[in-house]
Design a protein around this ligand. Structure first.
Ligand SMILES: [Fe+2]
Ligand SMILES: [Fe+2]
Length: 347
């Protein structure tokens, strides 16, 4: 078989495989998403999670005849679901696929039909924060490890207070660069443990990675409000290098202590955001309009302000506090995280 024949065979195999692709998507909120159709077997159901993305197979077969490197594809139909499980108006949509691999970009809309402007998160990642969460809850340190965790966090706060004082916007932006690390480290180590031990994680990998992602979105929001200066960027590099490695080793040695420390860090974050709100209320910090990314991510009203954003971020931190103290409690009871169902999607 010469090289041209081999390439043709490989291409045909790939196209055959792609014809059978159906990418199931978890649609867990009220946003409508175009570029999806219902699977034939679920057309009768009214379950919005049964939406899936498809590419017209016959179109691929046609294109495989000439097999151009770049070709145009048309997605078969689009469905506006409205989050209510009702099939809306179908409309054809042309999508230009510039890749041989046919990885077409997803296109989504907001509820009002305007194009979804973000690639970093999609409508089904957005949510409404549960603001009813108790912000005052505190894990009283009783054991030696608890007290060690609590003292460590209190000591870490001293240089932060000295460096930032009441510059809460800047403080929040910088601390979010650190806050997004523990979930990623914990999720990564649980992932590796799952592979090593041939065990499920009980959903904890996903829960911790969700936390990391949520914290990163806090950062993406804060950076819209406060632009970091060059020396702050340098500080982030240094702190990340130290903190990632320190937390990585700590999590290997004692996930119980690691989660307890994060639980107390989250309690401090709630305190910081409460002080941030006080300064907004007093006028010391201007209550500017909320960044567009925050309005879409937390599904805030269009006229939302910085104060609304800080309120939802603070509620997120309270959820992280609960998740991490809960994780530490599981270890304190001599169990593994996978033995307790993980709080996936806990916002
Ligand atoms: Fe955060
Ligand atoms: Fe947090």
């Amino acid at each position: 078989m010469n090289s041209n024949s081999a390439r043709l065979l490989l291409r045909n195999l790939l196209l055959h495989r792609q014809n059978r692709i159906s990418l199931w998507l978890h649609q867990s909120n009220g946003y409508s998403s175009v570029s999806f159709i219902r699977s034939p077997e679920t057309l009768g159901s009214r379950e919005p999670r049964d939406l899936y993305f498809t590419i017209s197979p016959w179109k691929r077969m046609l294109s495989s005849a000439s097999a151009p490197e770049k070709r145009e594809e048309v997605r078969e139909i689009s469905v506006s679901d409205g989050g209510k499980g009702e099939i809306g108006k179908r409309q054809p949509e042309a999508v230009t696929v510039s890749s041989y691999w046919g990885v077409a970009p997803l296109k989504a809309t907001r509820e009002d039909g305007s194009p979804w402007p973000w690639n970093c998160f999609m409508p089904w990642d957005a949510y409404k924060t549960d603001l009813s969460i108790d912000l005052t809850k505190h894990h009283v340190p009783k054991t030696f490890l608890d007290k060690f965790a609590y003292r460590t966090v209190k000591i870490l706060r001293i240089p932060t207070d000295i460096f930032f004082r009441r510059r809460y916007g800047c403080r929040a932006m910088m601390l979010e660069t650190v806050a997004a690390v523990p979930g990623m480290v914990g999720g990564m180590l649980l992932h590796l443990k799952s592979l090593r031990k041939f065990q499920q994680s009980g959903g904890w990998i996903k829960a911790l990675l969700e936390e990391a992602e949520n914290e990163r979105m806090h950062l993406m929001t804060m950076v819209e409000i406060v632009q970091p200066k060059w020396y702050e960027r340098f500080l982030v590099l240094t702190v990340q290098g130290v903190f990632f490695n320190a937390f990585f080793i700590l999590y290997l040695l004692s996930p119980k202590l690691a989660h307890r420390i994060v639980g107390y860090l989250e309690e401090e974050a709630i305190h910081s955001y409460t002080e941030f709100l006080k300064d907004i209320d007093s006028g010391a910090i201007e209550n500017i309009p909320a960044p567009a990314i925050a309005i879409d991510y937390w599904r805030l009203p269009k006229d939302a302000t910085l104060k609304d954003v800080v309120i939802v971020i603070r509620a997120d931190e309270a959820h992280h506090r609960d998740v991490n103290h809960f994780a530490s409690d599981i270890h304190f009871q001599g169990k593994e995280l996978r033995e307790a169902p993980a709080p996936v999607g806990y916002h």
